[in-house]
Design a protein around this ligand. Structure first.
Ligand SMILES: [Zn+2]
Length: 465
């Protein structure tokens, strides 16, 4: 079965054929570093992480770019409120963003371009000059440059807006605007007092880029004029991605993006997340309450990306329980497998249903359903003594492949490597019927704070209470 994705542009499920396989050029809108990222942002980044891991598992080479918006209306407004220079202000949130990615086990993108890097500012200016040359960009009375909407009839296609009904109402200078205020949008904003000392030289005088041209320029500079996949949250569709298409395609004359993938909203306890509603959470808020990155990752990954995710504390508790089941099962398999080096071709271990589900527009709930079916079935077989050590070894390999995509290994602190080695040495000693060595290793483990019990499935390890 081919890999298929729902394309926001066509509103249809389409077979995935990149421009030059096995390469996949993927651009993902990154954080605006004016605050700590919230869990809704991370839902989108985890979806993109799963997408990349699955494509790589299927043999593609993914070149993913994630931009950092470190200058726009919001960063300037908040840095001024904090009375800090912009770069110092955004540095704090950039650093914490990368730390949060690690906590959530999100693979780093190949490139993290920041909008204020001189080479990207240069590219933004070049693109605006090109647009001006074609009569698409124009300088208005306020000295800012705007995109002439009437010159791009496809504007609104991604968000499926009917421009005839909406009637553009003039110019918009803000980075974000409602579709009721649709109009020529800002490409370059002439300096004004609210910008403080934030400004770059340009052919049109001192100023700063609009948010939308930042992404068009960074995508173009790193990945070229044509991308395979562009992702973001549904909030990005309008106006941001709509504007990116207008700018990029007007400059290059090429189709900017083949597949647009958007992740649905995250709700908290059934409501829209908002500071005013008291249900606004950053990752740090949750880890401070004792939830691990692994538990939060499981919660955010486990709902299909196009469905709204209702984030609840019950959901986190359920994630904790699901992970405990996986851990117990994996330990049971490891213990059983220790007695043999050979792997078998047990049918459970040869199933590709997990990956097949992901081929279908990244159907993670189907994939996880299959994982837990396998877990239940193999536990049942182990209960009956009908699963050999070789079967267990094969299933461990199967799980390793799947976990390349999920990244749900136990936290390293759970069972330290040296304890794991002692446990394996003991399983080996028992297989050799070397009871003296087995007892010595049990005592060593106990001295290090771990109690080992011998069950009919083999050893079971628990931290000593
Ligand atoms: Zn963007």
């Amino acid at each position: 079965m081919p890999i298929r994705f729902f394309n926001t542009l066509s509103r249809e499920i389409e077979d995935f054929t990149p421009i030059a396989p096995p390469l996949v050029k993927m651009y993902t809108c990154g954080p605006t570093v004016y605050n700590f990222a919230h869990i809704g942002n991370f839902r989108a980044y985890i979806f993109e992480d799963l997408l990349q891991r699955h494509l790589e598992g299927r043999g593609y080479q993914v070149h993913r770019v994630m931009n950092i918006t470190d200058v726009d209306d919001k960063t300037i407004r908040n840095s001024r409120a904090a009375a800090q220079p912009l770069d110092q202000f955004t540095r704090t949130f950039k650093d914490s963003f990368f730390e949060d990615l690690r906590t959530l086990r999100i693979q780093p993108a190949a490139d993290f371009p920041a909008a204020t890097e001189p080479r990207y500012i240069e590219r933004m200016i070049e693109m605006i000059q090109q647009l001006e040359h074609h009569g698409i960009a124009y300088q208005a009375d306020d000295r800012s440059l705007y995109f002439r909407l009437s010159r791009f009839p496809d504007y609104g296609k991604l968000a499926h807006l009917d421009l005839d009904k909406l009637r553009p109402t003039g110019r918009v200078r803000n980075d974000d605007y409602e579709k009721e205020n649709i109009g020529d949008f800002a490409l370059w904003k002439a300096w004004d007092q609210a910008d403080g000392d934030i400004a770059w030289d340009s052919p049109w005088g001192r100023g700063r880029p609009g948010w939308h041209i930042e992404c068009s320029a960074m995508a173009n500079a790193i990945l070229g004029p044509e991308l395979d996949i562009h992702c973001g949250g549904v909030d990005n569709i309008f106006p941001h991605h709509e504007a990116e298409i207008a700018q990029s395609e007007s400059c290059t004359g090429k189709k900017f993006v083949r597949y647009w993938l958007h992740c649905a909203h995250l709700m908290v306890q059934g409501q829209k997340m908002a500071k005013s509603a008291g249900n606004f959470y950053t990752l740090r808020d949750l880890t401070a309450q004792g939830w691990t990155g692994r538990e939060i990752r499981h919660t955010l990954i486990s709902v299909n990306y196009r469905l709204p995710l209702n984030f609840t504390f019950d959901g986190l508790t359920a994630a904790r329980a699901a992970l405990a089941r996986i851990d117990e099962w994996a330990t049971r398999l490891t213990t059983l497998a220790a007695a043999e080096n050979r792997a078998s071709l047990h049918p459970l271990a040869t199933s590709t249903l997990f990956q097949d589900a992901l081929d279908d527009d990244l159907n993670i709930s189907g994939a996880l359903g299959h994982l837990f079916d396998t877990l239940r079935e193999s536990n049942r077989l182990m209960d009956q003594g009908a699963f050999t050590p070789a079967d267990a070894r094969a299933l461990i390999n199967w799980w390793r492949n799947i976990n390349q995509l999920l990244a749900l290994d136990p936290d390293p602190s759970a069972i330290p490597d040296n304890i794991q080695s002692l446990l394996e040495a003991r399983a080996h000693a028992r297989a050799q019927k070397d009871w003296l060595a087995s007892d010595t290793l049990r005592d060593t483990l106990l001295a290090q704070g771990w109690e080992v019990k011998d069950t009919k499935d083999g050893q079971r390890l628990t931290p000593r209470p």
